[in-house]
Design a protein around this ligand. Structure first.
Ligand code: AHR
Length: 597
């Protein structure tokens, strides 16, 4: 028998603890949360996004159809398709374009022609119509389609013999109840709403500080008319249309009742970029700092301010009420970082003392980078630091009290990315236990599981919280844990006494254990079995400490596991303790999932 006695309240719980982190990874946005059904409607896919990509990726061509760039729709939307009839281009969508009987969809096309043309439109066997293109320059055409059946189709645009037309910015979106095209895919939006997030951090992760200076996410590139936005290579090896840009992120926050936490690059790009970390050149720093200040104005300024007026022009006259802004992501604390980050922070503090600036540290498995990030945050007096930790279920269970050791007088913690290395029930339980540890240490103010969304068959990272296909949403066990914690939030932290419980303390002996260590790669080990008996999954971080996989019974004869390289460039070593000379090791290498190559 165990008696549990709840004592006095000792502290208030963090009121905004549970939130979301959303990054365009695993086709989370285009082909995911973005309600757009056409893939590469702007013809801007490029080999620099991913080897093999080109402006007609996602399209098949019949007859004389090509890509041109002269006199484009917009300088940011350089490529367009030219069709000389008889010709057609057909878009495959994201694994097809699905519609249900009676569903209304809005087609928007920009077109240009010298002599009037009737543009044929077909959505497989589900709908068909025509658009009149008048002679002249670029014109925006739109029509609504109604699906006559439920199914999947492809979007075909065709011109008859003798006709010629230029086409760009093709979009097909389902209509919402208000008769307007949807911004977010409804079932995915509902799954996010059910998590009742206090906040949403966006747009990344690695994506925020970019893979190279030219790849830093500039928020101004992601607002305004969709066909004028600046497309970009996605850090995760694909293309970002930025159709879900800052305006939509703020909208998503409103739709889920969350407060926005934008993350901007701290004046440097990711240290995993070719040639390492680079700093924004001195000549561009003032403009960059101004961009960050403009972001606050875009979010909070009155409509009589230049960027507040832009927000109104983009459909939202009321301020968004921005309170937080994150600077950097897992950056190495180099002299360049110190210089650039401090100047941005100083400017923010001077112009917007009301904004809470969130600092960054290297991942908790990174050792020196983690320590350096925290030391820098203390030195600068930052109010809160974003730290990340993807770990095995075992690690989580062994570190329930991690935050009890944190200095409550120093910067508070935003655990911006965490998750345990498998989506199995065991992970969900370990995360739940760990989350209780987060709850009862109010030095942790904010926490968000990562990654959030993954299209089945298109993920660069495993595990993820919510999987989806074109038709359905697959919630994981960790999703239900997140949902339960967010639904039943604690208000106060109480002392609890347990009587009759026996503490369980076990140490893995060094001998007879198998341990792994990686140098510059993060490796996930799963499906670990000893003589066919499963044991927990594990993960090493780049340059991190070795991980003890398991104690090996001297009578065991076979240890087996799958190792997947998640990031980094190096391999790993396996060390067996001396007491297991007869153990046979089999290593099954899953295909490397290197995010950068
Ligand atoms: O969540 C995936 C990645 O993990 C994030 O982009 C980065 O911050 C972390 O290393």
């Amino acid at each position: 028998r165990v008696d549990l006695r709840v004592g006095a309240a000792v502290a208030d719980a963090a009121p905004e603890l549970w939130g979301l982190f959303i990054e365009d990874l695993n086709d989370a946005l285009d082909g995911g949360l973005n309600a757009e059904l056409v893939r590469n409607g702007d013809f801007e896919f490029a080999p620099t996004d991913r080897e093999g990509f080109h402006p007609l990726t996602g399209w098949t061509v019949e007859g004389a159809a090509a890509v041109a760039t002269d006199d484009p729709l917009h300088p940011n939307n350089l490529h367009y398709a030219t069709l000389t009839g008889p010709a057609a281009i057909t878009n495959e969508g994201w694994d097809g374009i699905g519609a249900t009987e009676g569903q209304h969809l809005r087609l928007v096309v920009f077109a240009r022609t010298v002599t009037p043309v009737r543009l044929g439109v077909q959505l497989g066997d589900l709908a068909e119509t025509e658009l009149e293109v008048e002679a002249g320059g670029w014109q925006r055409l739109e029509t609504d389609l109604t699906a006559t059946a439920t199914g999947r189709g492809e979007l075909r645009l065709s011109v008859p013999d003798g006709a010629a037309v230029d086409i760009d910015a093709v979009s097909l979106r389902p209509l919402g109840a208000d008769g307007e095209p949807l911004t977010f895919r409804p079932d995915l939006l509902a799954a996010l709403q059910d998590l009742k997030p206090s906040f949403i951090r966006f747009p990344g992760g690695c994506l925020a500080h970019g893979h190279g200076l030219d790849n830093i996410y500039h928020w101004k590139h992601s607002v305004g008319p969709r066909h004028e936005r600046v497309h970009a290579r996605n850090t995760w090896n694909y293309h970002q249309s930025r159709q879900i840009g800052y305006t939509e992120y703020f909208e998503l926050c409103e739709a889920t009742g969350a407060t926005a936490i934008p993350i901007v690059a701290a004046g440097v790009c990711c240290q995993n970029s070719p040639g390492g970390q680079h700093a924004i050149p001195e000549s561009e720093m003032d403009a960059y700092i101004q961009d960050v200040l403009d972001l606050v104005e875009y979010a909070n300024g009155g409509t009589d301010t230049p960027w507040g007026a832009k927000r109104a022009e983009h459909g939202h006259p009321e301020p968004y009420g921005l309170r937080y802004l994150g600077l950097g992501n897992e950056d190495q604390i180099t002299p360049d970082f110190r210089d650039r980050s401090a100047r941005i922070e100083d400017a923010l503090r001077a112009a917007h003392p009301e904004i809470i600036v969130i600092g960054t540290s290297g991942p908790m498995t990174s050792g020196a980078d983690y320590d350096a990030g925290w030391a820098y945050a203390r030195e600068r007096g930052l109010p809160i630091v974003d730290e990340h930790g993807y770990q095995s279920p075992r690690w989580l269970q062994q570190n329930l009290d991690r935050y009890a050791a944190y200095d409550t007088a120093g910067p508070k913690v935003y655990l911006g990315e965490y998750g345990s290395w498998s989506s199995k029930i065991r992970s969900a339980l370990a995360e739940a236990a760990y989350m209780i540890g987060l709850e009862r240490n109010p030095v942790v103010r904010l926490a968000s599981y990562a990654p959030l969304l993954a299209r089945v068959g298109h993920s660069q990272w495993t595990p993820d919280l919510i999987y989806f296909t074109a038709e359905d949403v697959r919630l994981t066990a960790p999703y239900y844990v997140q949902r339960a914690f967010a639904a039943e939030r604690g208000e106060r932290i109480h002392e609890v006494e347990l009587e009759g419980a026996q503490p369980v303390a076990r140490e893995l002996p060094k001998e007879g254990a198998v341990a792994v260590k990686s140098n510059r790669a993060a490796i996930a080990f799963s499906d670990i079995t000893i003589d066919g008996n499963p044991i927990c999954d594990a993960r090493t971080g780049p340059g991190g400490d070795g991980v003890v996989l398991a104690q090996i019974d001297p009578t065991a004869t076979e240890l087996s596991f799958t190792a997947v390289r998640e990031s980094g460039t190096d391999g790993f070593g396996i060390r067996l303790g001396p007491a297991d000379p007869h153990t046979h090791i089999r290593v099954d290498f899953a295909p490397w999932q290197n995010k950068n190559t």
